[in-house]
Design a protein around this ligand. Structure first.
Ligand code: GN1
Ligand code: MG
Length: 374
């Protein structure tokens, strides 16, 4: 979308959502793989400056945007109440606010049928995609705390924004179906990757098997725990607020733990092409796990704890399957920023999964070390 069109949209949003001031500039956030995100700057007549987060939601992925926003609204409301009850100051920096228009709707639909929404921007904050030890510990605290706040949230009130989002066995069945159809003639090129993933298919149903046996609960989880979804104070690097609430739904604690480790403790980027750089950093894992377990102590069950390392491997395999399915389908779901981007992502996640598999015993031992100190 060109600059002038974007500015027009932002001006309309300022009016529709009654934001303060006039548009004075904007910044594009390039990290998301699904929605388009911008920070818009405004200034009032007496010089007061404000920032807001604006998003164009991808409605191929999120078929019902209003339900996505409803979930985020009820979750943030719940957290806000908790923070107020705790006497927390500076609430606006601890939880995101979701704006509504006069008609009560969360989305403005532009003439070209795109869905736009406005969220508050957490002041004087920063987020990172490559985390140091302090930030890893803080990421663990932030996502652990998020689950703790939501431990008494009514899961039934949430809409299913993406059906079977972290249903890993189904993701594998979908991958098989796409490989069979081979719509883009790409299956021949990825036989090794398919073979490896199929060899792990039985293992990835572990969490569901435990759930069906009544041993593993589902609770309200974030479902997209990349470290760049935590806003930190820009000076002290204290974790402030968790963002990107589009996929908050019932699921396993191991998913949130696993996805955070998959992303933040990889010694390379999620789409690294030089696979010799890809591995799981156990030191980083330890920092993240300490923060996460600290926050959930007293809430998390023994089976949940035991399955945390498995969650790391399962979610890494799931991402490999999702990226590969999208490659086979012709790149319909994830934004691709370069040729064969989904294939690079797949190969990186497979390399990471193989390393995690070898390190599982050590990951379990380190987790034990954290919990015996409790
Ligand atoms: C997508 O767009 P982003 O970065 O928030 C995806 C996640 C993946 C992630 C991989 C709704 O998240 O599930 O883990 O890419 N979100 C959705 O980088 O599918
Ligand atoms: Mg997301």
């Amino acid at each position: 979308m060109n600059d002038q069109k974007l500015q027009e949209i932002f001006e309309t949003l300022i009016e529709k959502f009654h934001l303060k001031g006039k548009l004075s500039g904007y910044k594009t956030i390039k990290t998301g793989n699904i929605n388009d995100t911008y920070i818009i700057h405004t200034v009032t007549e007496d010089g007061e400056e404000r920032d807001y987060t604006v998003q164009r939601i991808n409605h191929y992925v999120f078929r019902n945007p209003e339900q996505v926003a409803n979930n985020a609204y009820s979750v943030t409301e719940h957290i806000e109440k908790k923070l107020r009850a705790m006497g927390q100051k500076d609430i606006r920096r601890r939880v995101v606010r979701i704006y509504r228009m006069d008609n009560g709707r969360f989305f403005y639909q532009s003439a070209d049928r795109n869905f736009w929404r406005v969220l508050s921007y957490v002041y004087n904050s920063t987020n990172v995609s490559t985390a140091n030890d302090l930030v890893l510990y803080g990421t663990g605290i932030a996502f652990g705390e998020f689950q703790r706040y939501l431990a008494d949230f009514h899961a039934e009130s949430l809409f299913t924004t993406i059906p079977d989002f972290h249903n890993t066995p189904k993701r594998f069945r979908d991958l098989r179906a796409s490989a069979m159809k081979d719509l883009c003639g790409r299956a021949g090129e990825v036989q090794d990757e398919l073979e490896y993933l199929y060899s792990m298919e039985e293992y990835v149903s572990l969490l569901d098997r435990l759930h069906k046996q009544g041993k593993l609960p589902k609770r309200v989880v974030h479902n997209d725990t990349k470290c760049n979804n935590v806003m930190f104070d820009e000076e002290t690097l204290t974790p402030l607020a968790v963002i990107d609430l589009d996929t908050v739904m019932p699921g396993y604690v191991a998913h949130d733990f696993g996805d955070a480790v998959r992303f933040a403790c990889n010694t390379a980027d999620e789409d690294e092409k030089d696979l010799s750089k890809v591995s799981l950093c156990l030191k980083s894992y330890m920092h993240f796990a300490s923060g996460f377990v600290d926050q959930l102590w007293g809430i998390i069950t023994e089976t949940e704890l035991e399955t945390l390392p498995d969650g790391v491997l399962i979610i890494t395999l799931e991402l490999a399957a999702r990226f590969l399915k999208d490659y086979l389908d012709g790149d319909l779901y994830f934004k691709c920023r370069e040729p064969k981007h989904n294939l690079s992502r797949t190969r990186c996640q497979i390399a990471l999964a193989k390393d995690i598999f070898q390190k599982l015993p050590e990951m379990r031992r380190l987790l034990n070390e954290i919990t015996v100190q409790k």
